[in-house]
Structures are given as C-alpha cells and as structure tokens.
Design a binder for this molecule. Structure first.
Ligand code: SF4
Length: 359
C-alpha cells in the first residue's frame, strides 16, 4: 500500500509571478522509422525573473521543451496538443511590472512576423556548441548587430556601438577589436561569451540556455556561470538553464524541474530537491554524482538501464523498468498524476498518491 500524502495539483502562482505557462504539451517527431513522442504532456510554470533549471538524462525532452517554446522545431515535428502562454511583462528596468498581455504562442504561425518579433527580442536561446551555432562567414559584430537592427530599429553604426557595449558587459577583452573577428579566430570561452552576448543583445525577458557550458573547461565554465548569474540579477530576466549537471543546477538555479521521458516528474525549489527529493528518478540522479566535501566514502550508484527508445511505448509509469521502488500491478498499469507534496513541491509517483493521470 502506498503512502498517500499528495493532493491534486492546483496552481496558486499568479500570472504576475510567472512568465511562461506550459500545459499538457505534446511534441512528436514524424520520421521514416516511426513517431518519436519527445514530449508527452509537459506541464509547468516558468517563474518570472528567476533561474529555473531543467535536468534529466539525454533524450528526456529538455531541449525539445525549449525549442517548442521558441517555435524553433524542425519541419518533422508537430505539436498535436498543449498550450504555451507567454505573459508579456512591461519592461521597466528591473521588469517588476504586472503582465500586460497573454500570448498563446502555439496559435502563432512559425513564420509569422509576430513570432519573429518575440523570438530574439523577448524569448532568446543560447546553444550548447557555439562553433556550430555561429555563422563562420560573418564577423561576431555582424551577427550580434543583425539582431539589434532587426528588433531595435537602429542604424548599422548604432548597432555596432551597442554590440561593443554588450561584448564589454559579457567580459570580452578589447570588444572594439572583437566585433571585427570571425568565430574561428576566437577561443571556446570567447565564442560562448559571444553567444551569450547575442542572446542578451535585445534584453530578452526569457533566456533559454541549453547546456551553455558543456563544451568548456572547468575554469571557463565557472567564469561563464558567474557571468550569467550576475547578468540575470542586473537585468532582471528569467533564465531557463537546461543541463544534465546537478552541480551547475545547485550553483545557478532558484528552482528545478526534473524531466524523464517527455514529462516533468518532480519540481521544487533547490533545497527540497537536493535535501528531500521525492521521485525515485531524482534520488537516482543524486546518488549517481559525487558530493563535494562529503567525508563518507560512498559508492556512486549508476541509474539502472538506459533511457528507453522514444519510438517505443511504455505502459504505466515511464520510469518503471528502471525504478527500485517499482510496484507490480500498479506502476506498470497506469501513469501517475502530478500531485503537490509540499508548498510548491510537486511529484509524479504512486509512492505519494494513487491518483492516475487522465489520458
Ligand atoms: Fe517508481 Fe512506481 Fe513511482 Fe514510477 S510510479 S517512479 S515505477 S514507484
């Protein structure tokens, strides 16, 4: 018999405190070998002016969630179901105003002028590998300046001045010379700073940062993380930090959403996730990493098995083939619903509630 302590999830957060609301989002990829169900009902709120981490193993749907919000999915992808509401806030320096408009992002045509105006200016994204995201045939100045000209209605000279200012802000040495450089002339750390500058060039309300430090050495990674935290505090923007690195999450984020196979399985602020995790997957992730400063010589425990093939369909809780708390006849029959176990702490697991997700 499971310990039933959860209650059906109710959202008490007001729209003044959130910037994006994602509800029952399904994103599928239609390929020659079948349908890959990358997102299977993702529901969560992204708080305004905070840093939210999205964690999970590769293939859990972290990047697809961000790309769905940006409306940057490839042609093979479709969103058959779901809602993404953008609460557009009035920008007033620290961004503290109440939302002035609700925009249903999924109703916008991906090629429409409206989504182009939002993308880059209000929702921006920085990618994992700057070398493949920057255009090798244009200078850094041209690439950052292009977004500024497009969204801020200024001439080329003014765009260059603003580019130099942003490069200076992201800690690029000699920014005046940097605007004339091509991507291949920069080091990995400098290219990543250029990507961050591009993401920040129009002072977006939300910045999706998709594993932005994975390709960097530890020293440069620490510098870039400090820089992003400082800029977030200065500019009052929201950062959605996508990573598989729980150490980075502890350092950077105010709250965390844990993803497994296209669903959010647990969400809470940093402390409960690290000191009182509920979901067996979150516990397994935490047991698989070393803890700095710990005197105990505990063996690291890898998570059993691998993330299943997204083309296959699993009956019941998607984590059940790998779960140490698996309950036969229950976990392999229905999908658990998301329930609230504590203030702002939600989890999707039959250990906390018998409630079943309505399909
Ligand atoms: Fe494990 Fe069952 Fe909870 Fe799924 S619902 S995480 S299989 S205990």
């Amino acid at each position: 018999m499971s310990e039933t302590i959860g209650s059906p999830t109710t959202t008490t957060t007001t729209s003044a405190e959130i910037i994006l609301r994602i509800k029952d989002l399904h994103t599928y990829f239609y390929t020659d070998i079948g349908i890959s169900k990358a997102l299977n009902g993702v529901t969560f709120d992204i708080p305004s002016r905070k840093v939210l981490g999205i964690v999970g193993e590769s293939g859990c749907g972290k990047s697809v969630t961000a790309l769905s919000c940006m409306r940057l999915l490839p042609r093979s992808a479709k969103i058959p179901k779901g809602e993404i509401t953008f609460f557009r806030h009035k920008k007033n320096g620290n961004g503290s105003a109440a939302p002035v408009e609700e925009v249903d992002l999924l109703k916008l045509d991906t090629m429409s002028q409206e989504i182009r105006n939002i993308r880059g200016a209000e929702l921006a994204m920085i990618f994992q590998e700057p070398m493949s995201s920057l255009n090798p045939s244009y200078t850094i100045g041209d690439q950052i300046g292009e977004a500024i000209i497009l969204h801020q209605n200024v001439d080329k000279a003014e765009a260059e001045n603003r580019t130099i200012k942003i490069l200076d802000q992201v800690g690029m040495s000699n920014p005046k010379a940097m605007v004339k450089r091509f991507p291949h002339e920069l080091s990995g750390g400098m290219r990543q700073r250029a990507m961050i500058a591009m993401g920040l060039s129009c002072n977006p309300s939300v910045l999706f940062a998709d594993e932005p430090t994975t390709a960097l050495d530890v020293t440069t990674e620490a510098q870039i993380l400090d820089l992003m935290r400082d800029l977030q505090a200065q500019l009052g923007m929201t950062i959605v930090f996508i990573t598989h690195n729980l150490g980075v999450v502890a350092q950077m984020c105010d709250s965390v959403a844990v993803m497994y196979l296209g669903r959010i399985v647990e969400q809470a602020s940093i402390e409960p996730i690290f000191y009182n995790p509920k979901h067996p997957y979150t516990k397994a992730l935490l047991n698989s990493i070393p803890h700095a400063g710990s005197r105990e010589h505990k063996r690291l425990l890898p998570i059993r098995g691998v993330v299943p093939d997204p083309y296959s369909s699993i009956k019941g809780c998607p984590f059940h083939p790998r779960c140490n708390s698996f309950m036969p006849g229950k976990c392999d029959v229905n999908v658990p619903a998301t329930v609230t176990v504590d203030n702002g702490h939600t989890v999707r697991c039959f250990l906390y509630s018998d409630e079943v997700e309505q399909q």
